[in-house]
Design a binder for this molecule. Structure first.
Ligand code: 5AD
Ligand code: SF4
Length: 465
């Protein structure tokens, strides 16, 4: 019998990927995706713990689910699971505080979901599913969960994510990832290659390789030894039908020559890189345990630009890290001006329980953080607008992904992830076309096709005959 599954995803693209795999895993058990929790037999909250209020958001979502579950429990009932990084960090606490939760499991355990469902169902049938006694699985199993996941069953879109690396051994002092996602693990090259081949065969034209520290990738190679990300990118670029390759998120300290050379040599590798620097002050970078200086970052950017002059960058920034002075914040602004980012994300420092920086003194007052964030975001917004404006008049390749808001329009992305909409025949969906960017609009860029539309000439001839 068909059952309905609703997954609510918070946070990063890794979670988006994980949610997709959970759906794949549950499809053979008869679960089909639902648009909302109302009709769902199973609701999974795939949570994020990276910044503030993550746990609170989960509890308030659970509060909204409570009446839905109560209404359904007369029949077959509704199962509620909390997954992801909040689950990993606060599993037992969630069980205790939210008795409506049947299952809690971390990012490393979701391949055991069918087993957990069976267990929770048995508990329920036996009437032993007392509040706080649901199924809890937040181990870091030694075996790799990827070996236990089924092949993706749902057809991907024109663009697809592919998780190649997970976890992190860097231990930046502000970050929970090493605690919630565990030690760094790279999937073997063969497994990545096979999944990439399947995704492309099912219609994906662009793959984004995912990892918390993706350029630390060092997967077991087919002939023995290990491959880094540069070598992997070369192998994937040979897949017929794969037009574009991206990867995220990278650490400046893990950029090697092979990766830079891959950008030089592979047209499939997009000239746009998310390379977080976090701060423009050496003392702050050291206190963050980032393991690189501002100058190291500049040199990495220069190497990429030398290899691919059209390369553009985005970054993450944290303002108000403990002890950050006005001068140190000014150094961040100066670095932003110097590098020139096409896009960026910036956040107020948020104390994460259990991380070293959470206990550092002095913490920066909230009002100072807010003022710094505003200043930084306004500079970054100006840079982004300038970057987009600079692209106006240029012809860029656009991968058309889907229909636009108006009839006859398609929407796609430039190499720089700019959303571009243009009048184009529906047959161009899933293909890369030359598009002249004409004008910046609020949320995307207006373009016009800069290549002939196949068939149009022939139609005109017939009409005039
Ligand atoms: N406070 C604020 N921002 C954080 N990030 C990670 N941890 C924290 C924190 N404790 C940001 C970093 C990282 C991005 C994914 O989230 O900038 O690159
Ligand atoms: Fe977190 Fe630092 Fe690892 Fe990135 S490199 S996931 S910021 S610990």
């Amino acid at each position: 019998m068909s059952k309905r599954l609703f997954i609510k995803t918070y946070g990063c693209q890794m979670n988006v990927y994980d949610s997709g795999r959970m759906a794949d895993l549950l499809a053979p058990l008869g679960y089909r995706l639902a648009d909302g929790p109302e009709e769902a037999d199973m609701v999974i909250l795939n949570t994020c713990h990276i910044r503030e209020k993550a746990a609170e958001k989960v509890y308030s979502e659970l509060g909204r689910l409570r009446p839905l579950k109560a209404a359904r429990d007369a029949g077959d009932g509704m199962m509620i699971a909390v997954a992801g990084c909040v689950a990993q960090a606060e599993g037992a606490e969630i069980m205790r505080r939210a008795p409506i939760v049947d299952m809690v499991f971390g990012p490393q355990s979701y391949h055991r979901l069918p087993e957990m469902i069976a267990q929770a169902t048995r508990q329920r049938a036996a009437g032993t599913a007392a509040p706080g006694r649901g199924v809890l699985d937040t181990d870091f199993p030694a075996e790799a969960k990827f070996d236990f996941l089924p092949e993706a069953s749902a057809a991907p879109g024109v663009t697809a994510f592919l998780s190649i690396q997970e976890g992190c051994d860097k231990f930046c002092t502000f970050c929970v990832v090493p605690y919630t996602r565990g030690a760094e693990y790279s999937r073997p090259v063969d497994a990545v290659h096979a999944e990439a081949r399947r995704l492309v065969a099912m219609g994906a034209r662009e793959l984004t390789l995912l990892g918390q520290n993706v350029n630390a990738y060092h997967g077991a190679a087919p002939g023995g030894g290990e491959w880094g990300l540069g070598r992997l990118a070369r192998a994937l670029a040979e897949l017929p039908g794969l037009e574009r390759l991206r990867y995220t998120t990278s650490h400046p300290g893990d950029v090697d020559d092979a990766l830079v050379e891959a950008h030089r040599d592979l047209p499939q590798l997009m000239p746009f890189l998310h390379l977080p620097v976090q701060s423009g002050a050496d003392r702050v970078l050291a206190a963050m345990n980032r393991r690189h200086s501002v100058d190291d970052y500049r040199r990495v950017i220069d190497r990429f630009r030398a290899a691919r002059p059209d390369m553009a960058f985005s970054s993450d920034f944290i303002v108000g890290f403990p002890g950050e002075t006005d001068a140190e914040f000014a150094a961040t602004l100066a670095l932003v001006r110097e590098i020139g980012f096409a896009q960026a994300f910036s956040f107020k420092y948020s104390q994460r329980p259990g991380t070293p920086a959470a206990a550092s003194e002095p913490q920066v007052p909230e009002a100072v953080k807010a003022a710094r964030l505003e200043a930084l975001q306004s500079l970054l917004a100006t840079q982004q607008a300038a970057f987009n404006q600079d692209c106006v008049g240029r012809v860029l390749p656009v991968l058309f992904e889907r229909e636009g808001r108006y009839p006859g329009q398609l929407v796609g992305r430039s190499p720089y992830l700019q959303g571009v909409h243009a009048t184009a025949p529906a047959t161009m969906r899933g293909t890369v076309r030359k598009v002249r960017l004409v004008a910046c609009r609020r949320n995307s860029i207006l373009g016009e096709l800069a290549e002939p539309v196949a068939g149009v000439g022939a139609v005109a001839e017939k009409a005039s005959a």
